[in-house]
Design a binder for this molecule. Structure first.
Ligand SMILES: [Fe+2]
Ligand SMILES: [Fe+2]
Length: 236
């Protein structure tokens, strides 16, 4: 069974470029968050995250070059990602640590994880090489996401931020995330994938307090378990 079917390399490279841009932003954001974090343990985690994101970006760039030696561009994704970057960097400039966690570790990483999980399920089924490396990448992304969630929940418990404030701040990030995902619609459709499924996975993975329709915590947990049993990319 071929790992990638012929004719799909360029479309896959475009989707990986989407992930690469996200990794570059995650790297720059985590680096900036080191200065915003209040204590040593948070700073140490974020410095480690920045190094990992830099390596993830390099891994995706190598995969893109292997899939498509000629340069690929996802012109529709770029403006949305740049706008997303401007939003996060404006929060950095304001010293709003909570908003950077929300925009990067919770929403951007949540979207990346929704894509990576489906990709991983398909690659594992095809017995693609570098399985250990891919599992390590996913494990690290989960750790970044959990770190963001724990830190925000501690800030909520300490009355440093409010859930209502976070929900309001989340809105433009969620909208832009959706625009980015659907801007890559042609590439998804070329490999017979529906971005709506990824958007649904992303929403299920959001923390309880950020869900569009409030769920009870125990229901969210069981839904998250179900989301782990994810369908692989249909082209695989
Ligand atoms: Fe990453
Ligand atoms: Fe990450």
């Amino acid at each position: 069974m071929a790992v990638i079917k012929s004719g799909e390399h360029v479309h896959l490279a475009q989707l990986l470029q989407f992930l690469d841009l996200g990794e570059q932003l995650a790297h720059d954001c985590a680096n900036a968050q080191v200065d915003l974090a209040s204590d040593y343990r948070l700073k140490a985690f974020l410095a480690g995250q920045a190094k990992q994101e830099g390596r993830h970006a390099m891994a995706f760039q190598l995969a893109i070059r292997w899939l498509s030696p000629r340069a690929v561009t996802s012109p529709l994704v770029f403006p949305h990602m740049n706008q997303y970057r401007r939003l996060i960097m404006a929060a950095v400039e304001r010293g709003d640590f909570a908003e950077t966690l929300l925009g990067e570790q919770i929403i951007l990483e949540g979207l990346g994880e929704a894509i990576l999980r489906r990709m991983e399920a398909g690659l594992a089924r095809r017995k693609a090489p570098f399985g250990r490396l891919r599992r390590m990448l996913l494990h690290q992304e989960e750790a970044h996401h959990s770190f963001g969630l724990r830190t925000l929940e501690r800030m909520i418990a300490a009355d440093m931020i409010s859930i209502e404030g976070l929900k309001k701040a989340a809105s433009p990030y969620v909208e832009l995330g959706k625009s980015m995902l659907f801007a890559a619609q042609d590439a998804f459709q070329a490999i017979k994938e529906d971005p709506q499924n990824y958007w649904d996975d992303f929403q299920i993975g959001l923390p309880d307090w950020l869900q569009a329709h409030h769920r009870k915590p125990n229901l969210l947990r069981s839904t998250l378990k179900e989301s782990r049993n994810i369908q692989p990319w249909s082209f695989m």
